[in-house]
Every structure is written in C-alpha cells, then in structure tokens.
Design a protein around this ligand. Structure first.
Ligand code: NDP
Length: 246
C-alpha cells in the first residue's frame, strides 16, 4: 500500500503498458476505467494477475468533475495518498471541419482536455501539501503540428500542454512536477486498424523506421514519475521516432 499512482484510461492500449511500468517502479497502481466497462475492466485485471501484476481497477468518467472527485476520495481512503497521476484517457472523433458537428467537438474537448483539469484539480493541492507529486499528461504529435481532419483533437492536445506549462509553475516550489508526453504513431489497435498500405506510408515518414510501441511511451511516463525526476517540469517529451521535431 502507499505510493499510489492513477492512470486514467488505464485499461486501454497505452494505459496498460503504463500501469505495468508504474507497478515495476514499486507503485500501487490504479487503472481507472470508464464506468460502463466494469466487466471488461475485471477481465483486464484478471489477465494482469496471470502476468504477475496486482493492479486495482476503479471507475471514473473523466469528463465529469464529481466522478473524478469521488474517485480520488475513494482511492485515498482505501489505498493511501495519490503520488502520481497520469492523465491518459482520450478519444478521437475525426472529421474535416466543414463536417465536424458540435457533439464531436464537445466530446473530444471534454475527454482529452477538460478531463485533465477535472482529475488534476482533485490531487494537486494534496500533492503540494505533501511536497511531492508527479503528474503526466498524455498529448499527441497531432497537438504539436495539427492534423488534417482533427481540429478538435489537435486543439485539445495542444491545450493539454498549455495546462502543463501553467500548472508546472504552480507546483514547482512544492515538489509537484507536471509534464506532457506527446506520442507519435504507436502500434495500438487504433493505428493497426489503418489500412496496411496507408500505414506503410506513415512508417516511411518516421525516421526511426517503425511505429512506436506502448512500452516506448510507458518507459517515458515511468521516467518522468520517478522519485528522482524532480528537476524536469513543464516539459513536453516527444516519443515519435523523430517524426516531428521543433
Ligand atoms: P485507447 O482507446 O486504447 O485508450 C483510451 C482509454 O481512455 C480507454 O481505456 C477508454 O475507455 C478511456 N476513456 C475514454 N473516455 C473516457 C471517459 N470519459 N472516462 C474515462 N475513461 C475514458 O487509446 P490509446 O491507448 O491509444 O490512447 C491513450 C492516450 O494516448 C490517449 O490520450 C490518446 O489520445 C493518446 N495517443 C495515442 C496515440 C496512439 O498512437 N495510440 C498517439 C498519440 C496519442 P473505454 O475504451 O472503456 O471507453
């Protein structure tokens, strides 16, 4: 018990690798899952057990401030103080702007950007009072360079790093670091669902010559959440194989 880390969207493609990396770091890990997916989360948890990992699963709707407050309260009561928060939950609702409806805009902003406020607001003051905290926000290369057909997602992910830079300054004196990780194309289900010829064109543009792995991203998260990583704050770490640099 203790040294608690929360990963939102923890049962997803990248979230799973993050949970394992944080557990390897000696943390008590909570994979927070979307409330409607309780059965899936329990099956996920059982699968982790067979791999030798004991990961707690708790429900949260990251778009709902009250749900985030309830999650953190329950975790702090049952497991102990939250030391690490990884804001990883996210969705896409792609469309070119002339076809993007308000529902798609609102859903992506709520799930990818407002969620970061909703969760961070619950833990930030407590971390500051305890003089230790590690917050990592998962953005995207598409928030850095913009992406055709993703005005909502690009705006949300760019906003995430603005949040990171502001809150990093507020946490710095109290041992709370806040950083962004911006993955490029990672070989999760979402990316593997892209037609093979299109995927080959994407890979051809990646200097490293391959898609990223969930472990590539998870290792970066674990690096930033390490007890010793206190001098890195407000940064945006690129995990994109050299695809985009600035
Ligand atoms: P997944 O879809 O596998 O994971 C996203 C997770 O977020 C899912 O577990 C999903 O739960 C959860 N989630 C969605 N909405 C909510 C909500 N309202 N409340 C709580 N949880 C929610 O995607 P990835 O693992 O690929 O992506 C993880 C993060 O990495 C995202 O922020 C994504 O934007 C970012 N990213 C991914 C890249 C990639 O190549 N895969 C590249 C760049 C960035 P459920 O499925 O049960 O709804």
């Amino acid at each position: 018990m203790g040294k608690v880390a929360i990963v939102t969207g923890g049962t997803g493609g990248l979230g799973t690798a993050m949970c394992l990396a944080l557990a390897d770091q000696g943390r008590t890990v909570v994979a927070a899952y979307y409330p409607a997916e309780a059965e899936k989360a329990r099956a996920w948890q059982a699968e982790r057990k067979t791999e030798g990992y004991d990961i707690a699963v708790y429900p949260v709707d990251v778009t709902d401030f009250a749900s985030c407050a309830a999650l953190v309260e329950q975790i702090e009561t049952e497991l102990g103080p939250v030391e690490v928060l990884v804001n990883n939950a996210g969705i896409t609702r792609d469309a070119v702007l002339k076809k993007m409806d308000k529902t798609a805009w609102d859903a992506v902003i709520a799930t990818n950007l407002s969620s970061v406020f909703n969760m961070t607001r619950q833990v930030f003051e407590k971390m500051a009072a305890r003089r230790f905290g590690r917050i990592v926000n998962i953005a995207s290369v598409n928030g850095q360079k913009g992406q055709f057909g993703q005005a909502n997602y690009s705006a949300a992910k760019a906003g995430v790093h603005g949040f990171t830079m502001a809150v990093a300054q507020e946490g710095a004196r109290n041992g709370v670091t806040v950083n962004t990780v911006s993955p490029g194309y990672i070989g999760t289900e979402m990316v593997m669902a892209i037609a093979e010829d299109v995927r080959a064109k994407i890979v051809a543009q990646i200097p490293v010559g391959r898609l990223g792995t969930p472990q590539d991203v998870a290792r970066t998260v674990a690096f930033l959440t390490d007890d010793d990583a206190g001098y890195i704050t407000g940064a945006d770490l690129y995990v994109n194989g050299g695809l985009y640099l600035h």
